[in-house]
Ligand binder design. Sequence first.
Ligand code: FAD
Length: 450
Amino acid sequence: NHIGNGDSMMTNGNGNVQQQQRQRVCIIGAGAAGLCALRHLNMRPDCFELTAFEQDDNIGGTWKFTEHVGMTPDGLPVHSSMYKNLHTNLPMEIMGYPDFPAKTNHSYVHHSVVMNYLVQYAKTFDLYRFIHFNHRIMYICRENNEWLVTVKDVRKRQEFQQIFDIILICTGRYSVPQWPKYDTIKNFKGKMLHSHDYRQPEDYIGERIAVIGGGLSGVDISQECSRKCKEVIFVNNGQMRFQNMYPNVQQVDVKVEEFTENSMLARDKDGNLIEYPVDTIIMATGYVYNLKFVDPSVGIKMNPDGTIDGLYRHLINIENPSMALFAVSNRVLPLPLYHQQLLYLMKILLGEYKLPSKKVMILDSEEDYRQRLARGLRPKDRHTLEVEMMEKYLDKLAEESKTKPLRKVIIKLHRDLYSVRKMDISNYKRFDYRLISDDEYVAIDKHTDM
Ligand code: FAD
């Protein structure tokens, strides 16, 4: 009962469902991706019977801030990595779903505004009625050409099984910490945490701290902690050097090698070993995609570096195309990407666009990987999209499935922001943006223009 890859079980190719029963769709997670999936599939209630399972008691995923770290009162690992003061690192004008413009006064907003935006989206499209809250997916396997899903009602502590035709995995990619491996990590007697458990700078008043990891979390946490800390050592050996950081942030391009009771030892480019005495170490070292609940027999495989084998377009399970995984790619515009992927997927599910054969999908995925390596990307960047690659990727999805492409102005502003952010990490949020046409925007400097 595969979807859209030439098998005619589901539609007659004109979008009319031949089977008497609607396709039973299981959506796992009610964050931004799960809500987007519900919103699109719900447009064809004649074709799809929708069931969403969310382990939490509310929608929002990442954007549902909690002060808890570790386990929730229900005994689940805390999902959200959100911290108290976080403001978005993207303007809402390009961050939101393209078909649901955010109505905010400013471009960069507090996380609670994004949460409210998702609530409005869910209410507007009447999505709550499909979601079973406090239900966690424990296991998925393939049996008799169907998906057998084991679900746990976390409040009642009871498990049950249910069968589906289509599985959409919308469980996010910023929840399970990726810890670096160091033999001496246990030597350190100060506080050590992953950015997943970071909540507020007030926890480190007057301290000298190290933040390891040059991604957006690393730089943001360094900047906000510098307001309360004596000094922040921001270890950034990535390609992006940030300029104009706060004065008590020392951005260092060193390789951390070991830890003592109260310090971190790192080697600089000249080979010198430097000791940094610190009170706290925050590992902003990224996250791993969680596929623990998926039986290996379904056809996709997680590699030790966090990449996934067996995916077409970083989305569809090649072996069993009735399964799709969202949030596989990083460095993207998540909500517009989900929207575009859903438009593409809908066409496939409705039989209006036919996936190529399995062989072609495998070759395409191998070629995509080969091209990345040829561009100098690392094997672990197998699903990274970034600006230019994301633009090509989105164009391809829209072109092939003949769906409405994303407005060019969104991609353009996203691209421009990379350099704006890099050049002035302390002040880039002073701009508000207005999209004035399909390829033009204006930037308003709140410090000077108002
Ligand atoms: P999530 O929001 O993580 O949602 C996944 C959902 O699945 C959760 O509700 C979870 O409870 C549920 N779930 C997980 N496992 C199971 C299971 N087994 N069974 C049932 N339910 C399950 N993006 C931006 O565009 N702009 C920003 O400024 C921005 N800032 C960010 C800051 C931080 C600190 C982080 C961590 C991320 C940020 N992001 C930002 C990225 C953000 O994650 C995405 O915007 C988006 O919210 C991801 O949505 P998602 O649905 O893929 O995942």
